[in-house]
Design a binder for this molecule. Structure first.
Ligand SMILES: Nc1nc(=O)c2c([nH]1)NC[C@@H]1CN(c3ccc(C(=O)N[C@@H](CCC(=O)O)C(=O)O)cc3)C=[N+]21
Length: 299
């Protein structure tokens, strides 16, 4: 048997379409254009590519995109001054500082400086706490994207066993909270978990976010399970010199023979991350205006 391939690229396009419809309505009914500010510190080539993709898609859905590139040696004070200015700017509804930032800057302090109402990455202590308490906040984009894919794939998540491999604040913890909210029985596994393969084999929903290429093998997966691969490891292309190739945390060739459904890499979770960033910016804008927020784009 072979698994259904979950087309995250196509799903992300439908999410962006919904966002674009609501953006058009905000413009016509309220004269407001939602705005996203992206701050990039330094010149990491991978980050430049992501930030360019974010800019392009922000403009495509009709939002305003504000890019701020700062030198790698920018002081914390100067970075904070920019964030303060964006916090105060009524045309900016979402703020994202691309990670990683150079070592002399503290990511947690950067996130803490962003107004929680504009924290479209959902990384602030306030938004993490709101999610953990089951209250309305902004949810980290990648877990939100995975939730949307899972809701689309699975009619009834209630009561299913879900295993999340990875416990980061950016992904593993919020993903676990979202699955719990869907009434799954949730296990957060990580590098110290005993007999990881056996733990994973219990999962009806297996979400891999460890950052180790192709670690999840076929005998870790319950036949018929839904497998979500959050890993992105870039390696030199085996056949094409100079080119690169992306690998997930799941050994796709093996696992796709056992799973019921699986996300590919690329074309799975990755495109959903940016779509959800746009969805979060729209949500933040609607809340700032006090107008009804769109359905199906939030947790
Ligand atoms: N503050 C912050 N928030 C983030 O959300 C954030 C960040 N920093 N730093 C870097 C990571 C990485 N990330 C991705 C976004 C899109 C794809 C994506 O679209 N991937 C495509 C194509 C990838 C390609 O071909 O290069 C795919 O998987 O199909 C992947 C990864 C967001 N991140």
């Amino acid at each position: 048997m072979s698994a259904r391939i979950i087309d995250g690229k196509a799903f992300a396009a439908t999410v962006r379409g919904k966002v674009a419809d609501h953006v058009a309505r905000l413009k016509s009914d309220h004269g407001i254009t939602p705005g996203l500010a992206v701050v990039l510190v330094g010149e990491d080539p991978a980050s430049e590519v992501y930030v360019a993709a974010k800019h392009k898609q922000t403009v495509e859905v009709g939002m305003a995109s504000f890019e701020h590139k700062l030198p790698a040696d920018v002081s914390e004070a100067d970075l904070f001054a920019l964030i303060d200015q964006l916090n105060a700017d009524p045309n900016v509804h979402g703020i994202l500082c691309q990670f990683p930032v150079p070592d002399h800057l503290d990511e947690r302090a950067v996130v803490a400086r962003i107004d929680p109402a504009k924290d479209v990455d959902g990384l602030s202590v306030v938004n993490a706490g709101l999610l953990a308490s089951g209250e309305k906040g902004l949810v980290s984009c990648t877990p939100l994207g995975c939730l949307m894919l899972l809701r689309d794939q699975i009619d009834a998540m209630s009561g299913l066993d879900a295993v999340v491999i990875g416990r980061s604040n950016l992904f593993g913890k919020p993903m676990a909270q979202l699955l719990l909210q869907e009434n799954c029985t949730v296990t957060i596994a990580h590098s110290r978990t005993k007999d990881l393969a056996a733990v994973c084999r219990r999962a009806d929903i297996l979400v891999a976010a460890v950052g180790r290429a192709e670690m999840v093998k076929a005998d870790w997966v319950k036949p018929g399970a839904t497998v979500i691969d959050v890993g992105i490891t870039r390696i030199p292309h085996p056949d094409r010199p100079g080119a690169t190739k992306l690998l997930g945390d799941v050994d796709f060739a093996q696992v796709s023979k056992v799973a019921g459904a699986i996300t590919p890499v690329p074309g799975g979770v990755g495109p959903m991350t940016i779509a959800c960033l746009l969805a979060n910016t729209l949500t933040a804008c609607c809340r700032a205006l006090g107008v009804t927020e769109p359905e199906g784009l939030t947790a």
